[in-house]
Design a protein around this ligand. Structure first.
Ligand SMILES: Cc1cc2nc3c(=O)[nH]c(=O)nc-3n(C[C@H](O)[C@H](O)[C@H](O)COP(=O)(O)OP(=O)(O)OC[C@H]3O[C@@H](n4cnc5c(N)ncnc54)[C@H](O)[C@@H]3O)c2cc1C
Length: 358
């Protein structure tokens, strides 16, 4: 029996990886993306060696990024550095998503921009302009944004985390400070990742417990100022700050979808949310898109795919959740920094263990 081609919602790494994998196999999926113009999604933009390999398999070439070969950790007054097991890259999401969307289109996927899906009810999707669609197969890849009727469970009050991003202007002094490192600055109930991207521009992305932000009146500026006062190294990086700040609320770190509705393949952040300090969210998103496409092509039902993906993400998410938990308390964060300093080989192992195998 001929099945109709899947409908993909979301044009981030997960949705585009699925669209590319289907496209090269001769399937013509339609991908709905709410943005008219590809923006720079809130993300650290750290692409691990494994993610770069996956991108190569998808035919993404010529990424223009900043080479990263080391991890640098700051916790209180402690600083430690370790070599990463392989080379990584700092790349803006605007560049990454633009290349992925262009590749999806080139292999035959239909990209419909400016279409926002609002709701899923009784097997039917409704878009913002009132159009109703009833796809036989839905690839749900709306990432950090939930769709009514298919929303992920909200984290319990008291455990909620937020993501915040500011950009740092390209400057030779910033390049000297950060160089080829992915930096993790650990604070009480939060951390901040700093890296350079194409053209030497910096990306400073943090995840923090909502309760911590509430201590600063819910004002990200007050939180950043307090962290800069607490850590001179962090303050040094913030001096290159550009105007503006993006934020995203209630990130369900650690959540994994273990079941799904018939015909609904949950991908990327809609399937599993790894703590962002691991720098593996994009890798999981790409892998999930490829696995879903291959599963669908082989006739795999959605619930079997979801179980398979849940299994593949359990180890990296478990280890990253443990690191995030240790990193967010001053005493244990210092132990993490000491571990990186005295056993850099172990840090490299952890960097491997938090990657998804697929
Ligand atoms: C603070 C922070 C830092 C991070 N840093 C890193 C990092 O350094 N490295 C890393 O690998 N990962 C990082 N991540 C994780 C990474 O950003 C995500 O895991 C990844 O973006 C998931 O990809 P996705 O395709 O599932 O979703 P997204 O990237 O969120 O893409 C979803 C797409 O769907 C579209 N969309 C949303 N809703 C709708 C709708 N209703 N209708 C139509 N379209 C819709 C959006 O416009 C978007 O294009 C970070 C996350 C956070 C919060």
């Amino acid at each position: 029996m001929r099945r109709s081609d899947p409908l993909i919602v979301g044009g981030g790494p997960a949705g585009t990886a699925a669209a590319i994998s289907l496209g090269v196999s001769g399937v013509r999926p339609i991908l709905l993306e709410r943005q008219h113009v590809t923006g720079d999604a809130l993300c650290g933009g750290f692409l691990s060696w494994r993610t770069l390999e996956t991108l190569g398999r998808l035919g993404i070439e010529g990424l223009d990024g900043h080479a990263i070969d080391r991890l640098r950790v700051f916790a209180g007054t402690a600083t430690a550095e370790a070599r990463l097991p392989h080379k990584a890259l700092g790349v803006s999401r605007q560049q990454l998503d633009s290349l992925l969307l262009a590749r999806a289109e080139a292999v035959g996927a239909g990209i419909e921009r400016g279409v926002t899906v609002r709701e899923w009810r009784n097997g039917m999707l409704e878009t913002a302009d009132g159009t109703r669609l009833s796809p036989e197969t839905l690839f749900l890849a709306s990432g950090k944004h939930d769709i009514r009727g298919l929303a992920r469970p909200r984290p319990e009050a008291g455990t909620q985390s937020l993501g915040i991003r500011v950009r740092l202007s390209a400057h030779p002094a910033l390049t000297r400070l950060v160089g080829g490192a992915i930096e993790l600055h650990m604070f009480e109930q939060g951390y901040c990742g700093v890296e350079l991207q194409e053209g030497g521009r910096g990306n400073l992305c943090l995840a923090v417990r909502k309760s911590r932000l509430t201590d600063y009146g819910g004002d990200p500026e007050a939180l950043l100022a307090a962290w800069a006062a607490e850590s001179p190294a962090f303050g040094d990086r913030l001096t290159f700050r550009e105007k503006g700040c993006d934020a995203i609320g209630a990130v369900p770190y650690g959540w994994i979808a273990r079941e799904t509705l018939p015909g609904v393949f949950r991908l990327g952040d809609q399937a599993a949310v790894i703590p962002s300090l691991s720098g593996e969210g994009n890798g999981i998103a790409l892998a999930s898109g490829i696995l879903a496409a291959n599963g669908w092509l082989a006739g795999e039902p959605a619930d079997q795919f979801q179980t398979r993906l849940a299994r593949a993400t359990t180890r990296p998410i478990g280890i990253a959740s443990w690191l995030w938990h240790w990193g967010e308390h001053a005493d244990t964060a210092r132990l993490v920094a000491a571990g990186v300093r005295f056993a850099p080989w172990l840090a490299a192992r952890f960097a491997e263990w938090t990657r998804i195998a697929h």
